[in-house]
Design a protein around this ligand. Structure first.
Ligand SMILES: *[C@@H]1O[C@H](CO)[C@@H](O)[C@H](O)[C@H]1NC(C)=O
Ligand SMILES: *[C@@H]1O[C@H](CO)[C@@H](O)[C@H](O)[C@H]1NC(C)=O
Ligand SMILES: *[C@@H]1O[C@H](CO)[C@@H](O)[C@H](O)[C@H]1NC(C)=O
Length: 944
């Protein structure tokens, strides 16, 4: 370490001019020469101590002295005046009048003031002296933040940006090697595709740094690298690196400097087991074998060095090293941050056991859905308890995540463990990583920790908290200016700085209600969190049926109902006077003051205080196999896939290729995802048979809160719509073949059941839902619709579901009266056929929702995955926020209720429609919680 002063220390090894490396080599050689020159002198004085000294002695001794030096920035790092990532020509920038969340004082410090950026660094925070401003003169770019919130750039501890690129192409699937379970010699850097469309999108959500991890198909998948997301003039992967641990031309470390942190991806449980058709036992043995090999090398090195340092060179050959295992040896030397994908108790304990057997710490457990159940296991890990990097609500997709809880962040924080929210991009689009922190906050994680969970905590867990993750003098100039409080729903960057460079060339923002500038109040979930622990992650979810015939909701702030094909607000409290809603036998009989109704109550009534909350229509979820499967990764828990007539011959017993499958026959009630959605205000689901090909079948509308199919109101509509998919690269043959099949069917060339249902489609009696993402296919479908309608004279009810590229044809779709179900609600260019997204603010003023609505298209929001059904109320609110005043609250609720129903051919009369009671705010607010469901069709009121 003391050698650090000899060389300039602010430049990472690979950027340091070669002259320094040469100088260092020259220094080593001269040292060696000096030693050799002095030898004869020694000889005379101490003849018995002589031994054969190899030529590389000085270098080797230096290596030996550095072996156990722990990673750290150079000692004078904080005195740097220019960032190693500074780009010549970047203007200095003064951000005035900001509300600054600095990340300091455990995330509790908030400053009102200015921030000065120069040379890629934050030069001043708080009050910037006028003399300094004068000194910069005209060079200084002035930004008036007008009181806006500013946070450090978002740091993603778990990303596959660049290695699982968008759009996904078969030539760019670089997440995982399949060459074995233990591959510590692989490096994500070697696969980093700088052409990933997602870089720009993630920056537009405020992400400035990401740790790019190899995938989880191996026990040890390879080394991970932190990168900054901004484009560089070099356009190279290396130029994106943040503090590379070694020279990029090899893996040798400059011995004159303390090493930099390295990262290694490990995984346990299902993923590596699946790939190597092994078991957990096999995976753990593979780990132990690998670590044993590393331990032997380390021991050999240590033995070698203790001799070499004692001058006992006799019998010492080369320093024992192995390029293949050097990273794992470094783990044992405490110089590698282990980022460990690990979910279940059994796996967490396996890795903790491994860490104690081989004596290395775990930086973080990732995904880690059961960590909240076993904090003690984490605390018994070697060295220190691992941090926990998690999703907010993405769970139950496999056994390992079945007990996942939205209360994990708060429970772990209460245990004193570090909480990180991560994207696993592209599993979740990291553009919305902040939303994970918002949800964690909603479910009870303290605000300071929630914001830290995507900034300072991941920076710390990464070992980069000396330069990123905080708004602090001397730190990298990575900042986000937000259009609202960052924990308010839909918070969107007004500008993002990386290394002091503004990243969004002409940002579009939409004005928000002033209340969004404040930390959102969130409901109390103490009881729910307690139950999650009590029931080991599987708390009962069904509603509590109200026994009383009459339920009186008091203190109601607003009431929305279905009316005239839309949603209308029929009551909004002005201060002081709030409404009462009286429900008898599951039906609303009075809204307003209702004094006489309440006074004349003969029977015992149940009173529920909504604390200014709302009554609104229940929402409808479509787009995932909700109620057709319990666990996505487990075939034994699901209805399964239909056979596709374009690929295989359908069994005769079904009626051959012209049979039609109905989702109603595969329904499973009381799945956890359906009940969790119910508890979040989604009272109706519409699901179509699961298909990987062309023809799906008939969808069904069902009540998410019902216990079984035979209950009153459990099935809302036996047949909703007829569903087909037209897509590139699926299980079906060519797109043109799929269109040819659809044309034949629409022209009456089908037989049997299929002929029957297509006749209904052509005569406008049944809605045809086409799952389609691509605008070219949509254009073909519009032509086909015209062609068939011209022949029959009937309008076909057609809905495009998915529809990521629908905005490109907004006008034509509007003119043709085609409906659009956007799924997901916010677009991502996952594959080629959906690459042309309309990203929305801050990259574009319009979003797909606002543009399609402007063309009079009926728009609904879908959810592609079961777990996400619970979040559609926030999706709807977010869509409205992006559109500003163009979408009212009523219209936002319609996007996730009546519009979805209409687009899927579901007709539920207002009188038979469910209503949802929220306390503390309306359905769209972070301040509210769903506390009840009024279901006339089921004849019940459930309290939740
Ligand atoms: C900061 O901005 C807020 C909001 O625009 C404004 O009310 C306030 O006067 C500004 N403060 C200063 C010091 O400019
Ligand atoms: C190492 O790589 C860099 C970047 O590609 C290159 O400029 C440099 O010449 C290389 N150095 C050596 C010693 O090969
Ligand atoms: C949408 O409908 C409104 C009301 O019917 C009409 O005024 C407007 O011109 C329509 N817009 C488009 C783009 O068709």
């Amino acid at each position: 370490m003391d050698k650090a002063d000899i060389l300039p220390t602010t430049v990472p090894a690979h950027r340091r001019p070669h002259s320094h490396r040469r100088a260092w080599n020259a220094f080593l050689i001269s040292l060696l020469v000096l030693t050799l020159v002095r030898l004869p002198f020694h000889w005379k004085l101490h003849p018995r101590k002589t031994s054969h000294v190899p030529l590389h002695a000085a270098e080797t001794l230096q290596k030996c002295r550095m072996l156990d030096v722990l990673p750290a920035p150079p000692s004078d790092f904080n005195a740097r005046t220019e960032s190693d990532r500074f780009v010549e020509g970047t203007p200095p920038t003064l951000i005035r009048n900001a509300t600054i969340w600095t990340g300091r004082s455990n995330g509790l410090e908030i400053l009102h003031g200015d921030i000065l950026l120069d040379k890629g660094l934050i030069k001043a925070v708080g009050r910037v002296k006028e003399s300094l401003v004068q000194w910069y003169g005209d060079d200084l770019v002035h930004i008036d933040a007008q009181g806006s919130w500013v946070s450090p750039g978002i740091v993603d501890l778990h990303s596959h940006l660049g290695v699982l690129s968008a759009p996904a192409l078969s030539g760019a699937n670089d997440g995982n090697s399949r060459k074995g379970p233990v591959l510590p010699w692989l490096r994500s850097l070697d696969a980093l595709n700088t052409r990933d469309d997602a870089f720009k999108l993630s920056i537009s959500g405020g992400v400035t740094t990401a740790l790019v991890l190899p995938g989880s198909a191996n026990a040890i998948g390879g080394q991970a690298f932190p990168i900054k997301l901004r484009p560089t003039k070099e356009r190279s992967p290396t130029s994106m690196l943040l503090e590379p641990p070694y020279s990029i031309n090899g893996s040798e470390v400059d011995p004159s400097l303390p090493p930099r942190w390295r990262h290694l991806k490990q995984a346990c449980g299902e993923n590596p087991d699946r790939v190597y058709s092994g078991t957990r036992m096999d995976t753990m043995w593979a780990f132990r074998q690998g670590y044993e090999k590393a331990r032997q090398i380390k021991n050999a090195q240590d033995a070698y060095c203790s001799k070499a340092l004692a001058g006992a060179w006799d019998g010492l050959a080369e320093f024992p090293e192995d390029l293949q295992w050097e990273a794992l040896v470094d783990v044992l030397r405490g110089r590698v941050k282990i980022q460990n994908h690990c979910y279940e108790t059994v796996d967490l304990e396996d890795i903790v056991r491994l860490s104690n057997e081989f004596k290395f710490p775990i930086a973080a457990f990732h995904h880690a859905h059961e960590t909240y159940l076993v904090p003690g296991t984490l605390k018994s890990a070697y060295g220190h308890p691992p941090a926990v990097a998690i999703f907010a609500t993405n769970a139950r997709y496999k056994r390992e995540s079945y007990r996942g809880s939205e209360f994990t962040p708060r429970i772990l924080a209460d245990e004193g463990l570090q909480v990180v929210m991560k994207s696993d991009h592209p599993v979740l689009n990291s553009r919305y990583l902040l939303y994970e922190a918002q949800q964690a906050h909603y479910y009870g994680l303290k605000a300071n920790l929630a914001l830290a969970a995507v900034t300072s905590t991941p920076a710390t867990v990464m070992g980069e908290d000396h330069r990123i993750g905080f708004v602090k003098e001397g730190y990298d100039a990575d900042l986000v200016i937000w259009d609202s409080h960052p924990l308010a729903l839909g918070a969107t960057p007004k500008q993002v700085y990386i290394d002091g460079i503004a990243q969004i060339s002409s940002p579009h923002t939409t004005p928000k209600p002033s209340s969004f500038q404040y930390l959102p109040a969130t409901p109390n979930f103490d009881e729910e969190a307690k139950k999650a622990l009590e029931y080991e992650g599987l708390p009962p979810l069904q509603g509590e049926r109200v026994e009383e015939e009459v339920v009186v909701f008091t203190n109601v702030g607003s009431v929305y109902v279905k009316r005239e094909g839309g949603v209308r607000q029929v009551f909004l409290a002005s201060t002081g006077e709030r409404a009462v809603v009286v429900v008898r036998g599951g039906e609303v009989v009075c809204t307003g003051a209702c004094r006489s109704q309440v006074q004349s109550l003969k029977e015992k009534a149940k009173f529920v205080d909504l604390q200014g909350g709302a009554i609104s229509p229940g929402l409808t979820a479509y787009g995932s196999p909700l109620a057709l499967q319990e666990i996505q990764g487990e075939v034994s828990t699901q209805d399964g896939y239909v056979l596709d007539p374009l690929r295989v011959e359908l069994p005769k017993i079904l009626g051959g290729d012209f049979s039609v499958v109905q989702a109603i026959d595969g329904l499973q009630y009381a799945t956890r995802d359906a009940l969790i959605a119910y508890r979040a205000g989604v009272t109706t689901g519409v699901s179509a048979p699961k298909s990987a090909g062309f023809l799906s079948g008939l969808s069904v509308a069902f009540s998410t809160g019902a216990g079984h199919k035979l209950e009153q109101g459990a099935v809302v509509q036996d047949v909703a719509a007829l569903h087909v998919s037209i897509r590139h690269g699926g299980a079906a043959p060519s797109v043109s073949t799929q269109i040819a099949a659809l044309r034949k069917l629409l022209k009456g060339e089908g037989k049997g059941e299929l002929e029957h249902w297509f006749k209904r489609v052509v005569s406008g009696k049944t809605t045809l839902v086409v799952n389609v993402q691509n605008a070219d296919i949509m254009a073909t479908l519009i032509r086909l619709k015209k062609e068939v309608e011209a022949e029959t004279g009937h309008a076909i009810k057609l809905t495009f579901a998915g529809a990521t590229e629908a905005h490109l044809l907004a006008k034509e779709i509007g003119e043709m009266g085609v409906g659009v179900l956007l799924s997901p609600a916010r677009p991502y260019p996952a594959v080629w056929e959906e690459r042309r997204i309309l990203p929305g603010p801050p990259l574009t003023q319009d979003s797909s929702v606002s543009l399609l609505l402007a063309h009079n298209v009926t728009v609904g929001l879908g959810v592609p995955e079961n777990w996400a059904a619970r979040n559609i109320r926030f999706d709807a609110a977010w869509a409205a926020l992006e559109a500003g005043s163009e979408i009212s609250k009523s219209e936002a609720i319609a996007l996730a209720s009546v519009n979805v129903e209409q687009l899927l051919g579901v007709a539920i009369s207002p009188a038979q429609s469910d209503l949802v009671a929220t306390s503390g705010g309306d359905l769209l607010d972070f301040s509210s919680k769903v506390v009840g469901v009024i279901s006339p069709r089921r004849g019940v009121v459930d309290l939740l």
